[in-house]
Design a protein around this ligand. Sequence first.
Ligand code: THU
Length: 145
Amino acid sequence: MKRSSLTIRFSQTAKDKLEPADAQLMEQAVEAARNAYAPYSQFHVGAAVRLVTGEVLKGNNQENASFPAGICAERSVVYYAHANYPGSAIDTIAVTASPCGVCRQVLLESEKRKKSPIRVLLASGNEVRIFDSVKDLLPFGFDSF
Ligand code: THU
């Protein structure tokens, strides 16, 4: 039996040290979180996507009394992007939290179908972690598509 290990590469910096375009995108994610509907968890999440065209789209979590009907911020904005800008790949997504497993899988498929890596910026307090691709966030993701 062979033992292996994986290295996950990411950069980390303070919010105020981000490149201007990334700082702006993270600010849009923070702004989007203000419109989250989270009466059950009280956990407000915002996400902002920058398409390769430069267009910025925002999303947030939307909960429902029928719990499984709620949707995370990441999926709300990624699905909106593909529904309304089917020809444009996502360049970068900024999120005010760390994505759940389901959202990571959705982001992975989004990256694969557009054949274009998605940069991911995740805020954690005043720090931001930057991943070059969703593959770094979800090693061994479901991969039959
Ligand atoms: N949530 C997100 O919006 N994104 C994630 O990646 C994790 C969780 C939302 C779902 C739910 O409305 C609330 O946060 C608590 O789980």
